[in-house]
Design a protein around this ligand. Structure first.
Ligand code: SF4
Ligand code: SF4
Length: 131
């Protein structure tokens, strides 16, 4: 896909996010939406990451905190159930892991080079409250 340079976009130009009607967009799964070529959904930031969030379904309570706080809408949630991470759009900021309330956390940042299965095997135990 060819992108326009910042000085090639006409002043006041509108860059629509979608090619078609958007009335049901919130109910349309993200991979079924008719994104325009201007939409950043078509651009990947995967190679920005140094650390990545790894998700552990075993401890997740589907509170949606990560979904609400992710600045890149890179948390995939369907019908209020956390599904995983969209690694094409996650830039590795760590906000999701920070706001995850479970003990142990259900999202933990690991180095990008660590395999997810390996990360899950290293998951920490539940921390006991100090008296
Ligand atoms: S690391 Fe940042 S960008 Fe990636 S899913 Fe978490 S909050 Fe979103
Ligand atoms: S914040 Fe943690 S517990 Fe809540 S949905 Fe996200 S991963 Fe699950």
């Amino acid at each position: 896909m060819e992108y326009l340079g910042w000085d090639q976009v006409e002043m006041g130009a509108i860059l629509p996010s979608f090619e078609s009607e958007t009335c049901d967009i919130a109910l349309t799964p993200r991979d079924k939406r008719d994104y325009s070529k201007n939409n950043t959904y078509n651009a990947s930031v995967a190679d920005w990451r140094v650390f990545k969030p790894v998700y552990n379904r075993e401890t997740c309570i589907d509170c949606q905190n990560c979904w609400v706080f992710c600045p890149d809408t890179a948390i995939i949630s369907v019908d209020k159930k956390m599904v995983g991470i969209d690694y094409e759009h996650c830039k590795g900021c760590g906000v999701c892991a920070e706001v995850c309330p479970t003990n142990p956390k259900s999202l933990i940042m690991f180095e990008e080079t660590v395999d997810n299965e390996e990360a899950l095997m290293k998951w920490p135990e539940k921390k006991r409250k100090e008296k």
